[in-house]
Design a binder for this molecule. Structure first.
Ligand code: SF4
Length: 164
């Protein structure tokens, strides 16, 4: 199965701080979950994608949060600069890739203003989480693509098994 995966989860240094969110090398992730993650990577066709980089932002970059959660969305970085267009562009490119390659499922990093699914930061840069979706995750979901995060690897594995 084709799966779109947040590049940072694969260990690529695309995060705002120049680092990554590698699942395989994260000491907080259990070995059994790492094994499951590696099985998913090895048994499927993985499309690595970082919406923020695809949207024209640099590595490193100033962290950003969604400050207005409804349309028209507003995304600002911590210095108050409006970066909404970069986030919208990244989301559109993620959707384009899924459409071009017929990708029906995505594994996206939790809490990110682009990739987050289920919970995101509230736009106050205070570390407060609220229910919601990053702009890429939201657009993919609205277009019928199943979105999981790195804490839902078992659910993703089940989805893959039942949709082969
Ligand atoms: Fe990772 Fe997504 Fe943030 Fe890129 S935009 S660093 S893929 S969470």
């Amino acid at each position: 199965m084709k799966i779109l995966v947040s590049s940072c989860l694969l260990g690529e240094d695309v995060k705002y701080d120049g680092g990554n969110n590698s699942v395989a090398l994260n000491p907080k992730v259990s070995f059994s979950l790492k094994e499951l993650f590696m099985d998913i990577l090895c048994e499927n066709e993985i499309y690595s994608f970082c919406p923020e980089v695809a949207g024209g932002l640099t590595i490193p970059r100033i962290p950003a949060e969604i400050v207005k959660q409804d349309k028209p969305f507003i995304v600002q970085n911590e210095e108050g600069k409006d970066v909404t267009i970069n986030f919208l562009l990244g989301a559109k490119k993620a959707l384009d890739l899924c459409k071009e390659e017929n990708i029906k499922v995505a594994l996206l990093k939790s809490k990110s203003p682009s990739c987050g699914n289920g919970q995101i930061y509230d736009g106050t840069f205070s570390g407060t989480l609220i229910d919601g979706f990053g702009l890429s995750a939201k657009l993919l979901k609205e277009n019928g693509i199943e979105v999981f995060n790195e804490k839902e690897l078992k659910e993703l594995a089940k989805f893959i098994k039942t949709n082969k």
